[in-house]
Design a protein around this ligand. Structure first.
Ligand code: FAD
Length: 531
């Protein structure tokens, strides 16, 4: 190994960024090169597009992130224009469906709403920034509690966690009171109705600057810092293959999507953090094909609804002056629709659901002027109850050697089905959602289960574990059998998880990065390769 180790990171989302930051801070001589298939869409690399105030600029940044569904931007992203046909389904802004329809699309009829983002910052440039901690059986069984506490706190620091965001909102507080009256007696101590922790920095005017990969990268993108001098981010650069001899990785074959030139980049270690489908796809393309790769796919299913807040119940808890002050504050930032975020966290045995309750002063869809809840002065809540999907080897992606996707990578098909056990929990969560809605006001959208893939939180496809027969990565996120190949992202989460997974995945990455740093340091001392 060279005196100055080079670590190659695939993917510029929050997880790749965690590795880049921690490795450069731990290893004063190391260099990190980060490869990202998508373009840089914000001035500051990886910033949340939600922070862009100009609506046209925001729309442009989102469209450029949509890879094969990026409309007129497509050719500038290295995607042949003629090859793509837009699908029937549309994805959330800033993302593109895996099964978008047309040549080169993945096959995901059983998981139709699954989507990804292809841009610097990954999905982390478009996310809602909710960062609850996993609890009870959601946690990783092979990490002891005291170490977990340290890992998850470090992850919260990297994301600039705010546990009391919007806690000064009187409407948010009244929503908590009403929900607590309905559910409080059934919930265990410490797992009651509360504010939802989010990632970002509150601004003096009461708005939030939402966190993205830029927040995680921190000093690496501040000109003049020592770590910035050792960090290189190459956007519009697709990693096509990991070069290895079966136990040791030597580097990456990358393609510059602007020039179509391919080159080999040598590396002492490689971190693949290219999301829950495209990371296993890259491993498969590189001939790294452990049996659990792509399998054990889970997400949390979501039952959602929208409720108009009840004037009588709300006005008993919030004065007119308080409401006016809140609405005036909100009017200063009409571009950000979220005013307060509450939750009922997952707990066992009696509440195995994660509820997210978002207050907004406008409904998420237009209501006819004569609708009884149109222009509701008290506003609305959008609620979702997340439920478990228990890991099964039958669910997951199967990669093809014969069929290529729109990027010329092995295409894949997703198999997925809900079982009786999951349907029963979804039915129970729907009942609780009804209770929550009735406690708060009047439904303007009845509870409904979103199509498979809608959570955008895809887990299990590269699970970390202690048994190579059922996991892709060891407890330190190294691909089994390789010393210097590390994987990261939601795909590593092996448990049935009901909530937003990014914090958990960053905590797992903190563990992986610390271990890799120790290994590289030891190899440096011995003047050897880590592999
Ligand atoms: P990503 O952010 O997906 O980044 C992976 C990157 O790898 C992509 O940019 C991709 O282009 C790149 N890549 C893929 N293949 C290659 C290749 N071969 N070569 C080079 N680059 C490649 N999570 C939460 O916890 N809380 C939330 O509130 C939340 N809300 C969300 C809301 C929305 C609208 C969306 C879209 C997501 C949300 N998420 C949320 C999910 C969250 O954004 C992801 O969990 C997180 O971004 C995952 O980080 P990552 O780094 O693993 O992957």
């Amino acid at each position: 190994m060279t005196a100055t180790p080079t670590i190659a990171v695939v993917g510029s989302g929050p997880i790749g960024s965690t590795y880049a930051r921690l490795l450069l801070e731990a290893l004063p001589d190391a260099r990190v090169i980060m490869f990202e298939a998508g373009p840089q869409v914000t001035e500051r690399p990886g910033e949340s597009v939600r922070n862009i105030t100009d609506p046209d600029e925001k729309a442009r940044a989102r469209e450029k992130s949509q890879g094969p569904q990026a409309g007129s931007f497509r050719e500038s992203l290295g995607i042949p224009a003629g090859a793509i046909v837009e699908g029937m389904f549309t994805a959330r802004q800033g993302t593109h469906l895996l099964d978008f329809g047309g040549p080169g699309s993945a096959h995901a009829q059983a998981f139709p709403a699954a989507a990804a983002a292809t841009n610097v910052g990954g999905q982390g440039a478009h996310w809602t920034c909710a960062i609850p901690r996993p609890a009870f059986s959601e946690k990783l069984p092979f990490i002891a509690d005291d170490e977990w506490e340290d890992l998850v706190s470090t992850a919260e620091d990297l994301l600039h966690k705010q546990s009391a965001a919007f806690s000064d909102s009187p409407v948010g507080a009244a929503i908590r009171t009403l929900l607590d009256r309905e559910f409080g007696a059934e919930l265990p101590e410490g797992y009651g109705v509360s504010t939802l922790p989010v990632a970002g920095d509150p601004q003096p005017d009461g708005t939030m600057r939402w966190a993205g990969a830029d927040t995680v990268l921190g000093p690496l993108i501040e000109p003049g810092t020592d770590t910035a001098a050792r960090f290189e981010l190459r956007d519009l650069t697709l990693v096509r293959r990991i070069e290895h001899d079966g136990t040791t990785v030597r580097g990456l074959v990358v393609e510059d999507l602007r020039t179509r030139e391919q080159s080999f980049v040598e590396a002492d270690a490689v971190v693949v953090a290219a999301d829950a489908f495209r990371s296993p796809q890259l491993l498969w393309a590189s001939g790294i094909r452990p049996a659990p790769l792509g399998r054990y796919l889970t997400e949390h299913h979501v039952v959602i609804s929208t409720v108009a807040l009840d004037a009588e119940r709300m006005s008993a808890l919030v004065s007119d002056e308080e409401l006016e002050a809140e609405l005036a504050r909100r009017a200063t930032n009409p571009a950000d629709p979220v005013a307060a975020v509450n939750r009922i966290p997952f707990s066992e045995p009696d509440h195995p659901y994660s509820a997210q309750i978002m207050y907004a002063e406008t409904p998420p869809f237009p209501l006819p002027a004569d609708h009884p809840a149109a222009a509701n002065r008290w506003g609305y809540v959008n609620m979702g109850f997340g439920t478990r999907k228990f890991p099964r080897v039958e669910d997951g992606a199967t990669f093809s050697d014969d069929e290529l996707d729109y990027r010329g990578m092995p295409n894949f098909t997703i198999d997925y089905a809900l079982t009786e056990r999951e349907n029963a929990e979804i039915a129970e969560a729907t009942e609780r959602l009804r209770r929550a809605g009735q406690a708060l006001g009047t439904f303007i959208a009845e509870p409904r289960l979103l199509p498979n893939g809608s959570s955008l939180h895809f887990m299990g496809t590269m699970r970390a574990g202690t048994d190579p027969a059922t996991s892709v990565a060891d407890p330190y996120s190294r691909v089994w059998g390789f010393e210097n190949l590390v994987v990261g992202g939601n795909g590593l989460i092996p448990t049935a998880n009901t909530m937003n997974p990014t914090l958990t995945s960053i905590a797992i990455a903190v563990r992986g990065a610390r271990h890799l740093a120790d290994q590289l340091r030891a190899a440096q001392r011995e003047g050897e390769s880590v592999g």
